[in-house]
Design a protein around this ligand. Structure first.
Ligand code: PMM
Length: 283
């Protein structure tokens, strides 16, 4: 096992965790407005917990390649009631946001973890806010916002460069007063990375572990899995919602390699996969 972040309850310790994804994003609002979207998100989170999610990751802003930014006030209106309801039901919630104000409001609503795909780079107030909140912080490797991240996928040695850039974010955390014992690092699969970059990073998780912090892997349903499984005749990528077996395979191997957590949409598959990978590691 890589190290674990300090500051989590006992029930979230000692094993690789499965984090289930709840996106409170516009498509979930399409037929009935915001309240419908919020209720749907809460229902989805309960389904994920029933499937075995240890943590539910609630996000209001899409970070997909090409996505445009969301007004933080709208982000907050989407996520706050969801976080509040889930926390009241005793569910461990992480808040997936690049905005310090959203992180702080989610913490007040009961979130346990801040998950920042920008590693503190998108909002200069994020690291000082996390320092004040004293919460576990997932610090992802990031080079720029979604609309330009494909242009930033340029590396001589992706494993070295991601490790170096994550180490410098860890220093920034420390300078801002964040307790580095509470920091989890994430190589940012699919963020300013082409498929071969993602595979190189997954193959060398041991190198990232050398930074001495727990690791989270978010590979679920991502494009590199779609292209891996492309139709042999048409070369069309595998559709997004048909990538869960491949996602579970990544989860099994990541657990075998001792990661702290995997972030996935299909929790049931990855829960079993993590059980296999963890048993394999310990066997
Ligand atoms: N990926 C997405 C969103 N949030 N957070 C972390 N820590 N790591 C990730 O890889 C990550 C993330 C994008 O995935 P989605 O749009 O399918 O939720």
């Amino acid at each position: 096992m890589f190290p674990e972040p300090a500051g989590l309850p006992e029930r979230l310790r000692g094993r690789t965790l499965v984090m289930g994804v709840v996106n409170v994003t516009p498509d979930s609002f399409s037929d009935g407005g915001r309240y419908f979207g919020i209720d749907a998100a809460i229902g989805r989170a309960h389904d994920l917990v029933r499937d075995g999610a240890d943590i539910v990751d609630v996000g209001g802003e899409s970070t997909r390649p090409g996505a445009t930014r969301l007004d933080p006030a709208e982000e907050l209106a989407r996520i706050e009631p969801v976080v509040r309801a889930l926390a009241a039901d005793g569910i461990a919630v992480s808040i997936d946001t690049m905005n310090a104000s959203t992180a702080a409001a989610a913490a007040a609503a009961g979130a346990l973890i801040v998950n920042d795909v920008s590693g503190g780079l998108a909002d200069p107030a994020m690291l000082p806010t996390v320092a004040d909140l004293g919460m576990p912080y997932i610090c992802m490797h990031w080079r720029g916002h979604a609309e330009r991240m494909n242009d930033l996928a340029v590396y001589d040695d992706v494993v070295e460069e991601v490790a170096t850039e994550l180490a410098s974010r860890l220093e920034a955390c420390s300078r801002a007063g964040v307790d580095v014992d509470r920091v989890v690092l994430d190589p940012g699969i699919g963020f300013a990375k082409e498929a071969h970059h993602n595979w190189a990073l997954l193959r060398r998780l041991d190198h990232l572990a050398g930074l001495g912090r727990p690791i989270l892997i978010g590979a679920s349903r991502k494009r590199f899995l779609g292209s891996l499984l492309a139709d042999p005749v048409s070369d069309e990528p595998r559709p997004t919602d048909d990538r869960d077996v491949a996602t579970a395979a990544v989860s099994a191997i990541a657990a075998r390699d001792g990661v702290w957590a995997v972030r996935v949409h299909d929790v049931a598959g990855s829960r079993d996969a993590v059980a296999v990978g963890s048993a394999w590691r310990q066997g």
